[in-house]
Design a protein around this ligand. Structure first.
Ligand code: ATP
Length: 333
């Protein structure tokens, strides 16, 4: 019975199509999904522990949909993902989700040392006990696909583990690197991710967990050629030289991707200050919060968001970016 195909269950075609669109093909998958929905006693958000942002998003990063973090290199997207991973794995009495995390680390930016540093500074009661720190870090399963086909394979494999292994967060850092193929060996190639976008969206809906995906920026010059802003260190000129005309910065993944995400948070730099901007949300007004990155991770400098209007909502700023991405002393790895 468990392996009976949905198509053989005599459901009206319109309903069977809804399940097919969500990759639910068997009775077993259907009952796992029902169980998951029944057990969903949590409010349906992963709190970021950044008060102003959580209030704007009515509780944090929502379950069941895609949340995008977009911004220039070094602005803090990975730092944000590390903090969310920590929070998803933290015990519920510390405001966490007490779960496991699947972290798809496309560019090898994940750092367990940095994760533990954030943990020790933010939750010393837990992270000063070595075995607890190890247990928390052990709940984050890092996958490093070396090619687009390996990424495709990983997505298909995690479909079942998302439901079975108490996974409470899926992170993909970064989706944009997959498009250009820059992380693969050999010459970068432009790729389209149409299938992947709908598959990831259906994973979010099906598993009812928050899915957080990072996206980078590219400049769009007058002749419409695009330059990607991924590998800061490898450039001779500085990122700021290239982004002097920051009105030309756009998200690296195009319009289809933009439609697939429910929440878009833009991380940007303005006059040498970092901001998190709620640029797309079905509920939150467009607000910008100044933030900083310290040894304890990402922190808002004010919980009162600055209201945005007009083109400011969608523009990605990169002013004074170089002054803020270099912080003194500590190693990033
Ligand atoms: N221990 C730390 N203390 C203070 N700031 C830190 C620490 N570790 C990292 N940072 C800050 O985080 C920045 C890097 O952020 P992050 O790696 O999240 O950028 P990103 O947006 O993911 O960039 P990319 O697109 O290149 O992956 C550094 O420039 C630095 O300012």
């Amino acid at each position: 019975m468990a392996n009976k195909q949905i198509s053989q269950m005599g459901l009206p075609k319109s309903i069977a199509n809804v399940f097919a669109a969500r990759n639910v093909f068997t009775a077993k998958a259907l009952s796992l999904m029902e169980l998951r929905v029944q057990n969903e006693h949590l409010a349906g958000h992963l709190p970021t522990h950044m008060k102003g942002l959580d209030e704007a998003l009515c509780g944090g990063i929502p379950f069941g949909v895609l949340t995008e973090l977009v911004g220039p290199a070094g602005i803090g997207k990975t730092q944000f993902c590390l903090k969310l991973s920590l929070l998803a794995s933290l015990p519920a009495n510390y405001g966490g989700l007490d779960g496991h995390v699947i972290y798809i680390d496309v560019e090898s930016k994940f750092s367990s040392r940095r994760l533990i540093e954030i943990g020790v500074k933010s939750f010393p009661e837990i992270f000063h006990r070595k075995e607890m720190a190890q247990e928390m870090a052990g709940r984050i399963h890092v996958l490093r696909p070396a090619s687009l086909s390996e990424f495709t394979e990983s997505l298909q494999q995690i479909k079942v583990s998302l439901l079975q292994n108490q996974v409470k967060l899926l992170v993909i850092d970064s989706m944009a690197a997959l498009v250009t193929g820059e992380f693969e060996h050999g010459a970068p190639r432009q790729k389209t991710l149409g299938w992947h976008v709908s598959f990831i969206k259906s994973l979010a809906e099906f598993s009812r967990i928050p899915v957080v995906v990072t996206n980078q920026v590219r400049s769009q010059s007058r002749d419409e050629t695009c330059h990607y802003f991924f590998q800061v260190q490898s450039w001779n000129e500085t990122i700021e030289d290239r982004t002097r005309h920051d009105s030309h910065l756009v998200a690296a993944l195009g319009i289809n991707w933009a439609h697939a995400v429910t929440i878009r948070l833009v991380l940007e730099a303005k006059s040498g200050q970092r901001f998190i901007k709620v640029a797309k949300s079905p509920i939150a007004p467009p607000l910008a919060f100044p933030f900083n990155i310290t040894s304890s991770g990402i922190l808002l400098l004010s919980d009162d968001g600055i209201e945005l209007t007009g083109p400011d909502i969608n523009t990605i700023h990169c002013q004074g970016h170089n002054d803020i991405i270099n912080f003194g002393g500590e190693s990033l790895q």
